[in-house]
Every structure is written in structure tokens, then in C-alpha cells.
Design a protein around this ligand. Structure first.
Ligand code: AMP
Length: 222
């Protein structure tokens, strides 16, 4: 199996080849064609280290690039984010953002911004004002930026909750609710979690519609 055979576009195939990814990992084989097809919400139970960042990242970037191409015919180049990735920690936020930046090396129209607490909000505000297509955020800082009116989510087409169980364990439940209130109704929602806790199930029931569930690798041992 190759990334190309999964439907991944040439510029992204080139970027992952340069990273030494020779073939897709199982979570990527399962998730990528699903996300490149008709949009449907998804829950994927997958541990860290299984390749889940590329599993959601490659199709997310490809879909964002395609929607940018399509909107070139429109006069409004708003620079509002088209995709949002939520994750629990600053470290994960930076790692996802770095990975997405590598994968989109040959997609110059896609700008990615990591947004997390404990760092200068001023720099994040300046970058948001210039326009970004993909925001990778920890929930608290994103709320702060939304309240200041610099992060608007009205054009988000895809939202990913990564390590959803961890986010809920860390007490981000209210923030997640507040963020979902600002997202368009017809967005596509993807939830990645190592475990299917009761809290994760509650989020899924509230915010995912008609979703498909995948279990990749070993389910949690508990
Ligand atoms: P993740 O679970 O997304 O944190 O990925 C775990 C590690 O696997 C990271 O270091 C990725 O760069 C690497 N990786 C992801 N996909 C592939 C692939 N198809 N081939 C080789 N390495 C990969």
C-alpha cells in the first residue's frame, strides 16, 4: 500500500516521502481514505505512536488546500481558519503543528499556527490577524483569543479533538463546550482518543453526528 493509493495528493506524498515514510501505518490506511471521501464524523480509538497525526493531518491538509483552490474564484480571501485541531498540552500542540508544517511543505497556501498557553499571546494575535488556515490549539488559550475577537471559527470545516480523553481528564470540558458553540453546524468532527471513557462518550453524543467508529491497534488494556 502507498499513500498515493490511499488518495493522498502529489505534494503531500512528496513531503512524507522526504520524511522517510515509506508506507502508511494501519491507522493511516484506515482513516485517510475515509477523510478524503464524503465527510462523515469519526471516532478513532488509537494510542500515541500509532501514526495518528498523519492519519488526520494528511487528509485535513489536502481538504484545506482543495477548499482554498475552490474559493480562489471568490473575492473574499478572509484568512479565517478552515480547520482546527484541539489537543491537551503545549508539547502536543507544538508537535502536531510541526508535523503539519512538514506535511504541508509543498502546500504554500496553507498556514498553520500553534496556539497554547504560557507563551506570548501578542505574537499569536499578530499571526492570526495576518490570517491562518489551520489552528492547532490548547482549549484555554483558544478561548482567550476568541474572547479578544482575533480567532473566529465561523469558517472551520474540520475540527479534530486529539487525545480527547486527556483533554477531558485535564478539565477542559467547559472550554470544549464553549468552542463547539462557535463552530459551524455543518463542520466535520473527528475525535481521537486512547480510551473510550464515559466523558469521551458524552462529548461524542453532544457534538458528533452519525459517526463511524474505528479501533486501531490494541484497545485500552483496562
Ligand atoms: P504519532 O502517533 O502521530 O505521534 O506518530 C508516531 C511516529 O511515527 C512519529 O514520529 C511519526 O513521524 C512517525 N510516522 C507516522 N507515520 C509514519 C509512516 N507512515 N512511516 C514511518 N513513520 C511514520
Amino acid at each position: 500500500m502507498t499513500f498515493e493509493a490511499l488518495g493522498v495528493s502529489a505534494p503531500i506524498c512528496q513531503a512524507v516521502a522526504e520524511l522517510g515514510y515509506e508506507q502508511p501505518m494501519p491507522v493511516q490506511e484506515a482513516v485517510i481514505p475515509h477523510l478524503l471521501g464524503e465527510p462523515q464524523d469519526l471516532i478513532a480509538l488509537a494510542q500515541t505512536g500509532t501514526g495518528k497525526t498523519a492519519a488526520f493531518g494528511l487528509p485535513l491538509l489536502q481538504n484545506v488546500a482543495r477548499s482554498l483552490e475552490e474559493s480562489k474564484t471568490r473575492t473574499n480571501a478572509s484568512g479565517h481558519a478552515r480547520a482546527l485541531v484541539l489537543c491537551p498540552t503545549r508539547e502536543l500542540c507544538l508537535q502536531i503543528s510541526d508535523d503539519l508544517t512538514e506535511y504541508s511543505k509543498y502546500l504554500p497556501s496553507v498556514r498553520i499556527l500553534p496556539v497554547y498557553g504560557g507563551s506570548s499571546i501578542e505574537a499569536q494575535i499578530r499571526t492570526l490577524r495576518r490570517g491562518v488556515e489551520v489552528i492547532v490549539a490548547t482549549p484555554g488559550r483558544l478561548i482567550d483569543l476568541m474572547e479578544r475577537g482575533v480567532a473566529s471559527l465561523d469558517e472551520v470545516q474540520t475540527v479534530v479533538l486529539d487525545e480527547a480523553d486527556e483533554m477531558l481528564n485535564m478539565g477542559f470540558s467547559d472550554s470544549i463546550n464553549a468552542i463547539f458553540e462557535q463552530l459551524p453546524e455543518d463542520r466535520n468532527t473527528l475525535l481521537f482518543s486512547a480510551t473510550m471513557s464515559r466523558e469521551v462518550e458524552k462529548v461524542a453524543k453532544s457534538y458528533l453526528h452519525d459517526y463511524k467508529e474505528m479501533v486501531v491497534g490494541s484497545r485500552n488494556e483496562g
